[in-house]
Design a protein around this ligand. Sequence first.
Ligand SMILES: NC(=O)c1ccc[n+]([C@@H]2O[C@H](COP(=O)([O-])OP(=O)(O)OC[C@H]3O[C@@H](n4cnc5c(N)ncnc54)[C@H](OP(=O)(O)O)[C@@H]3O)[C@@H](O)[C@H]2O)c1
Length: 247
Amino acid sequence: MHAPWRTALVVGASSGIGPAVARQLAERGCRVALVARREAELARLAAALGGDGSVRAYAHDVTRAAEVPALFQQICRDLGGLDLLVYAAGVMPRVAGEEYTFAKDREVVEVNLLGAIAWINEAAPRFARARAGTIVGISSVAGDRGRRGNPAYASSKAGLDAYLEAIRNRIGRHGVAVVTVKPGPVDTPMTEHIDRKPFLISAEEAARQTLAAAARRARTAYVPRRWRPIMLVLRHIPSPLFQRLDL
Ligand SMILES: NC(=O)c1ccc[n+]([C@@H]2O[C@H](COP(=O)([O-])OP(=O)(O)OC[C@H]3O[C@@H](n4cnc5c(N)ncnc54)[C@H](OP(=O)(O)O)[C@@H]3O)[C@@H](O)[C@H]2O)c1
């Protein structure tokens, strides 16, 4: 089956969900740009997926936001257009129960939120002008509540949710789909150190459900879907009670 997009840009394409998304797009005939810091990983993936140049690698650190406008334009030129942006870059460092390390928190916000804003700020006006295009942000169920385990990570994802909703409200009326994907635990390097991973799914399955949500122009997609009713309940637990729960 062919993808509904001819050209796609995946930020955070060197490990986990990002490369799985890129692989599924390439297998369906899409030209794909891969962005992340680890150049060797990207080059390997590009060679495996598109030896003919249909999959291209671009080494970039999303905390260097000033580089984004020029790189975005270059990628659009190289691909011959852009139909889909998937922002999958993210970090979730280990944080101890009583730890308050600003350097870790800053990186989380810079990668998970500011990086997304920098890239989506390029795609949004382009897609609005074209009256077409799809923006996907990989958020997390973690953004739905302020859980005690990793405050900065939850904040970055809550911020990403609000940003994506605001962009959708700006440009949705111009025919652009803006899709917030909220996975539960996914089996990737990010979660290797975590013991409790309820309803764990593979990166390939997360990618499949992400692209399915994007194709049907969903606003918010929980991945897998069973997280939607669970998070609906969790979001409605009163704050004093939530504080007492070990979540
Ligand atoms: N795994 C889960 O259980 C889970 C659950 C919910 C949501 N998510 C979200 O899903 C997204 C993908 O996570 P994953 O599980 O696939 O994690 P992963 O395997 O650790 O991959 C993270 C990706 O982000 C990229 N990245 C990190 N820092 C970057 C930087 N400064 N500049 C450019 N790229 C950077 C990494 O590339 P380089 O290191 O090469 O730069 C890598 O490609 C993240 O936003 C994560 O928060 C994951």
